[in-house]
Ligand binder design. Structure first.
Ligand code: OOG
Ligand code: NI
Length: 457
């Protein structure tokens, strides 16, 4: 029996999650509709952008492109998630320590890693693991641990299909569809908590995220995020669409040449919850909708410059959020032009041979990629940033957890603990972008050689 391509299982999964969330949180559907309108208008207005997206393989995926976020409570939950997502071609990429933003979790993003799979459907799930050791009240910590150890977040059928998929190296079409629908059971919303109101309140007092992770039957999807081509327009359009947007867009300021990731969201819903025991009616705010605009991936030095400038903007503003003018001033130091970003080694690009220039004159043998670009033989297309910036976007947490981001959690390299819970090492995202850029350069050099066999890089 032939197996369904993992890319196709991922597409089924991302569609099913999106459909589920549309019914659970109708505002998410409203946001997606707004994003589609803005994207269509932007593509019609900006033909250069449309061409560049098409060249980069980004146009077709735009309409289905989403990321989601879940939070799990134990190592076993996390490592099982890793195995489940692997069947859909989603690998753990990057390590994010959110304790530096005052949130007691650390995380990775499960996502496809090669170009073809990303183009097929780049669905990513940001997955956080609770760090119980950051609950300082020992009693409460043990209680949380005990509650988590009792719950089973996956259906028996889901686990059986997982084992079958691993043993056979994949799933047939019918099994894959059943697998996806079983998996939805894990991520759907439950109105009933697994604890009484008193326990919820104590955990909530330790941290809103602790209560969100510990008190429910499973790791409900807490947001899904469509990708827009103009986040400022979406931000402006939200109130007309009846959505209450958070005040500011997180990430870099608006630029000619978008970098990394800009994000905003509508605020989390206050939802009725049924707690155990008598007088068990209460509410919980967890689920929201987010939107993002993706820009070019940065090299390690580009990222370091980004972090420096953000810190600079923060330091000149009272409070933890930089003002937009402070951001604009700080980021005037960040080049806003593809060629300069490439020359200074700040961002990652794909290359293409400029045929007209080559027919006019071959580049000198031994030319570096820098001189091939400077001389006009190669053109640049940005490599899209496929990852996350949760720490610089801590404002998303703040606006959705009732202002709650605490200081005082120390960070000291917990990546190894995370990886041992995960049961695997995380892939370094920068090395993925480096590999994409080098492969693209090598392909161009081969092209140039076919033009002129005596030529070499
Ligand atoms: C995860 C937040 C991270 C993003 O877009 O940076 C994230 C969470 O709230 O669980 O989704
Ligand atoms: Ni998000």
């Amino acid at each position: 029996m032939s197996h369904m391509n993992p890319n196709d299982i991922r597409t089924l999964f991302s569609r099913a999650m999106s459909d589920l969330y549309r019914t659970e949180v109708p505002q998410y559907g409203t946001l997606c509709d707004l994003v589609n309108q803005v994207n269509d208008a932007e593509l019609a207005r900006n033909s250069q952008l449309a061409r560049s997206l098409r060249r980069g393989g980004q146009l077709d995926r735009l309409e289905v492109e989403r990321h989601g976020a879940i939070r799990v409570g134990t190592a076993e939950e996390l490592s099982t998630i890793r195995r489940l997502f692997a069947l859909m071609g989603m690998m753990p990429v990057g390590y994010y320590d959110l304790s530096v933003a005052g949130v007691p979790v650390h995380a990775t993003a499960f996502r496809p890693v090669n170009d073809a799979s990303l183009d097929h459907n780049p669905f990513r799930v940001f997955t956080s693991l609770l760090r119980l050791e950051l609950i300082s009240d020992v009693d409460l910590r043990e209680r949380a641990q005990e509650i988590l150890s009792r719950r089973k977040i996956f259906t028996a059928r889901c686990l059986a299909l997982l084992e079958q998929g691993e043993k056979q190296g994949g799933l047939g079409g019918e099994d894959a569809r059943e697998f996806v629908s079983e998996l939805l059971q894990t991520f759907k919303w439950h109105q009933e908590a697994t604890v009484d109101l008193e326990t919820f309140r104590r955990l909530r007092a330790a941290h809103a995220l602790v209560a969100d992770i510990v008190c429910f039957k499973g790791p409900h999807i807490n947001h899904l995020t469509p990708r827009t081509l103009d986040i400022d327009l979406v931000q402006e359009g939200m109130s007309n669409a009846g959505l209450s947007a958070k005040e500011v867009i997180e990430g870099p300021p608006r630029r000619e040449f978008p970098i990394l990731l800009r994000q905003t969201s509508f605020l989390a819903l206050e939802e009725p919850i049924r707690f155990l025991g008598q007088s068990g009616d209460g509410t919980h705010t967890a689920r929201f909708g987010e939107v993002e605009q993706r820009g070019c991936a940065l090299t390690r030095s580009g990222r370091a410059l980004y972090d420096d400038l953000l810190a600079k903007a923060r330091s000149t503003t009272a409070g933890s959020r930089p003002s937009s003018s402070a951001l604009d001033i700080a980021f005037s130091e960040f080049p806003d032009d593809a060629k300069e970003l490439f020359e200074r080694g700040l961002a990652f690009f794909r290359f293409e041979v400029a045929q007209a220039r080559v027919s006019e004159e071959m580049p000198p043998t031994g030319a570096s990629s820098q001189s091939l670009v400077a001389g006009g033989w190669l053109t640049l297309t940005p490599i899209t940033y496929e990852d996350f910036l949760p720490v610089s976007a801590a404002g998303i947490f703040r606006s959705n957890l009732g202002g709650e981001v605490r200081s005082g959690y120390e960070s000291a390299g917990h990546q190894r603990d995370f990886e041992s819970a995960l049961g695997a090492t995380v892939i370094d995202e920068i090395s993925l972008y480096e590999a994409t850029q080098s492969a693209s350069l090598a392909a161009c050099e081969r092209r140039l050689k076919t033009e002129c066999p005596a030529w070499s890089a």
